[in-house]
Design a protein around this ligand. Structure first.
Ligand code: F6P
Length: 536
């Protein structure tokens, strides 16, 4: 591996002057050869500086890292999450027909049972057969955080055109503002609360769940009857007072940030209905099939990962912008933040050695065109290069507003073109001259209108944002993260880095209540003291 990394670094140094636009000019076939089509998706990576040599080296890196063998180990249910001694089988959730054995047991049986229970419950809630004390449920509140929130919240917004069930709301933050704002217009007698927590110990979720229970008690005589739970910890759900028939369990081989495909997706299923949820699963399963079967060079998640490795670990670009030109994908950047940064944000390899390279970029973004009027300035003219990942659907859901969709798409394509092309000083001078400027003023003004260009981007084109294509997109990114993790040699499936802050929060709490809490540093003690003073 070390040798390939070195050759990639050397190649990068030697090709620093390469202009992406020149690569496209030099190879008339590049636009097509660097646009992978699979199952209705098109992934264009022609607007990156990856030339033939870089591509060959990146593929060699994937080969040497044994991506294919690791991939099979994951699908086969091996315990590849070594630091937690767990299998990684979220793929089993979206392909309930595929038998997979863990500890001698075919887990697909449980997956099918779980799905059937979710379906029966969702159908009964949606039809009104299962109702609140005041009648059929009009609202569902999902209380969860991180992977127990971001997946269903992102997908429920993305699939709003398919929503024909009760209104679904999401509460995650321990900030009381979140739950207060959500509950204030709801009727307790017609609201179902789903407490979604893999561990059923997460302080934010359990605090909000208690608040919701108290609120429910203001409107109904038996608050527990309007609660459901999604968790791996059945003993704890019972202790909370949720009856067994309303508890949807899952196994420890489903990581939090990979859990939207199973019971954590219950709120999504309630919103869009079981049939559309099945379509979401089918899209994910189709991407799994592609990922398992396609050769590395024609494998969409692999190529997306290699582009990511090139930009972050080879070129050293510290961030990555995800820019969906789809307003309903507004939560996708936040979802991908957790997926990518919690999975690969690590400095130690599986064998305990130091990573020795960047552990992955800061992932961020907003839907276009809003971002264009906010932060694109920096992307176009700032001194840091920000690789951009555009996502665009060919068709919207508003036939009457098709002209707006064309405008949206034009903006998307124009941005990637502008990022690549830029504007030279001579072009800027010509513009200023046309405006009647001359001499020093022309020179000064022209410099402000120069765009360096040569800024890389990829574009993922989908036909339309449907349950199926959303499933494809989410699985695509999951496998991308996996491949990047394999190449870096890290475990993408644990998250020890979130523990320390959680532990300390419990120890800081007494300090804020004015209690004796030894062991804190002077800065933290001072801030706590100020906090107490400013509350008075
Ligand atoms: O932030 C850490 C984390 O463990 C995430 O990985 C997880 O998605 C989230 O907390 C919520 O955990 P739980 O589902 O156990 O409440």
């Amino acid at each position: 591996m070390g040798d390939i990394w070195r050759r990639l670094d050397d190649h990068r140094k030697a090709s620093m002057g390469t202009r992406i636009a020149d690569l496209l000019d030099a190879d008339p076939g590049r636009a097509e050869s660097h646009c992978l089509r699979a199952d209705g998706l098109a992934f264009d990576w022609s607007k990156t500086a990856i030339d033939d040599d870089a591509r060959a080296l990146l593929l060699a890196l994937a080969g040497k890292a044994e991506v294919e063998a690791r991939r099979e180990a994951m699908f086969a249910g091996q315990r590849i999450n070594e630091t937690e001694d767990r299998a990684v089988l979220h793929t089993a959730l979206r392909n309930p027909g595929r038998a997979v054995t863990v500890d001698g047991k075919d887990v697909s049986i449980g997956v099918r049972d779980g799905l059937a229970r979710m379906r029966a419950f969702a159908d009964a809630v949606r039809s009104g057969e299962i109702a609140g004390q005041g009648g059929a449920f009009t609202d569902v509140v999902n209380i969860g955080i991180g992977g127990s929130d971001l997946g269903p919240a992102m997908a429920t917004l993305a699939l709003a055109p398919y929503a024909d069930g009760p209104r679904v709301h999401f509460v995650s933050n321990v900030d009381g503002a979140d739950i207060a704002d959500t509950l204030k217009d709801l009727d307790p007698a017609r609201t179902l609360v789903i407490v979604a927590s893999k561990t059923f110990t997460t302080i934010e979720t359990m605090t909000n769940a208690e608040t919701a229970k108290a609120w429910m008690g203001t409107g109904v005589s038996d608050p527990g009857s309007q609660f459901a739970a999604v968790s791996t910890a059945m003993d704890k759900t019972a202790a909370f007072g949720i009856e067994e028939s309303r508890v949807f369990g899952f196994e420890d081989w489903v990581g939090g940030r990979y859990s939207v495909w199973g019971p954590i997706g219950l709120s999504l299923m309630l919103a869009i209905g079981p049939d559309d949820f099945d379509q979401f699963l089918a899209g994910g399963a189709a991407m799994d099939a592609h990922f398992r079967a396609a050769p590395l060079a024609e494998n969409m998640p692999v190529l997306l990962a290699l582009v990511g490795i090139w930009h972050n670990q080879v070129c050293g670009y510290p961030t990555r912008a995800v820019l969906p030109y789809d307003n309903r994908l507004a939560r996708l950047p936040a979802y991908l933040q957790q997926l990518e940064m919690e999975s690969n944000g690590k400095g130690v390899r599986l064998d305990g050695s130091d990573l020795g390279r960047a552990s992955g970029p800061v992932v961020w973004g907003e839907p276009g065109t809003n971002g264009q009027h906010a932060f694109y300035q920096l992307i176009h003219q700032g001194t840091q290069v920000v690789p951009c990942e555009f996502i665009l659907a060919a068709k919207g859901h508003e036939p009457d507003l098709a002209h707006q969709h064309i405008l949206l798409a034009a903006n998307c394509l124009a941005q990637s073109e502008a990022l690549m092309r830029g504007r030279t000083l001579d072009e800027a001078r010509a513009l200023m001259k046309a405006k009647g400027l001359t001499g020093d003023e022309l020179e000064k003004q022209a410099r402000h209108r120069v765009f360096p260009g040569n800024r890389p981007s990829t574009t993922l084109l989908i036909s339309q944002l449907t349950p199926y294509t959303l499933g494809q997109i989410v699985a695509l990114y999951e496998h991308r993260v996996f491949v990047e993790g394999v190449i870096l040699g890290i475990n993408s499936f644990d998250q020890w880095g979130v523990e320390l802050g959680k532990e300390l929060a419990l120890k800081v709490e007494p300090l804020l209540k004015g209690q004796d809490a030894p062991g804190h540093d002077a800065s933290t003690r001072h801030l706590a003291q100020l906090f107490r003073q400013m509350r008075d």
